[in-house]
Design a protein around this ligand. Structure first.
Ligand code: PBG
Length: 327
């Protein structure tokens, strides 16, 4: 006891004294099985290509993708999320529904390579495939046409399911997308293909590096379909809708700037909750670390631990294989 009276009466520091003690009382643990690796595969590449704003992340060839998923599976990663980058883009994103499009080929490759060892997921969105870079098709005034886009998503869901994917991730924030995708899957007998819904997806500046990763030509923004960072209650509405439409897993994205939202979503539901640690979150840590301003390895684990602590059951992270190897 100090000479200033009764304090400290209790001593929380007792449980922080040694590494073994801290490990024993840790409330949150990370394990490889809950990490999902997002991966880019680009049509027409002969060598994997670097993404300058995401040092360490590659646009893969079909061959290098196979190698990288094998490494991810060997490290115990729980799943991969595939993004296809076609050689030719057009107004309706035709390559997204071509059975021989790069996404469908990549799904087949990955499922045959590691389909028993981890969960294979595919982004279900048009922005990688459209020449204007929007997540849907445009009407005659250049606005993203919700219901015409749903028709395209239904077709995409069916070709991705035909290719053998285990989980589709509708990420375009169109109203009704989860319900339409569920019906489209069921219509072709793909009842077992699950939906990871991008339920709460904000119009974020932190998607910047992703645009480079998918060679996006987007001008303008996605504010008419993605959510305003100022809003929370709107997220709860999106959540109720996606659950009623059949979402199997719900996701909050980005992760770190929205841990409050993630926490409330996780408290509100009894389905698994995912969080996406996005390209800009990755780039910030890598850039600061490259300058010697932060300890890279500690920072990575700290961000992932925080996202888990906030309530995510699984995390999409570009560090998945590396971190799984370290755990
Ligand atoms: C849409 C999609 C995006 C990301 C994942 N799916 C881009 C966007 O909404 O603008 C971003 C992921 C990241 O930034 O790491 N297909």
């Amino acid at each position: 006891m100090s000479r200033y009276g009764e304090f400290p009466g209790t001593r929380p520091r007792r449980l922080r004294t040694t590494p073994a003690m801290r490990r024993l009382v840790a409330e949150t643990r990370l394990s490889p099985a809950e990490l999902i690796l997002p991966m880019f595969v680009r049509e027409g590449l002969t060598e994997p290509a670097a993404i300058s704003s995401m040092p360490g992340v590659l646009q893969h060839t079909r061959d290098s993708l196979r190698k990288a998923v094998t490494e991810a599976a060997a490290a115990g990663v729980g799943g991969v999320m595939l993004f296809g980058v076609p050689e030719v883009k057009d107004a309706v994103g035709s390559q997204g529904t071509d059975p021989d499009g790069i996404m469908q080929l990549a799904i087949r490759d990955v499922v045959s390579e590691v389909g028993d060892a981890l969960v294979v997921m595919s982004d279900l969105c048009l922005d990688e495939f459209t020449d204007h870079g929007h997540c849907g098709v445009l009407d005659d005034q250049g606005r993203v046409d919700n219901d015409a886009t749903l028709e395209r998503y239904a077709e995409m869901a069916q070709v991705q399911a035909d290719a053998g994917v285990h989980v589709v991730g509708p990420s375009g924030m169109m109203d009704g997308q989860v319900g339409v995708v569920r019906d489209a899957l069921d219509e072709i007998g793909a009842q077992d293909v699950a939906i990871l819904a991008y339920t709460v997806k904000y119009a974020s500046a932190f998607y910047g590096p992703f645009r480079e990763a998918v060679n996006s030509s987007l001008t303008g923004d996605r504010k008419t379909y993605q959510q305003d960072p100022a809003n929370f209650h709107e997220s709860m509405r999106e959540l109720a809708l996606d659950l009623s439409e059949g979402a199997d897993i719900v996701m909050v994205k980005p992760a770190l700037p929205y841990l409050d939202v993630l926490c409330k979503v996780a408290d509100a539901v009894d389905v698994p909750v995912a969080a996406y640690q996005i390209s800009g979150e990755y780039a910030m840590v890598e850039a600061a670390a490259a300058n010697g301003w932060i300890d890279r390895d500690r920072a990575i684990l700290e961000t992932l631990t925080s996202i888990r602590r906030a309530g995510a059951n699984m995390i999409l992270t570009y560090w998945a294989t590396e971190v799984a190897g370290r755990l």
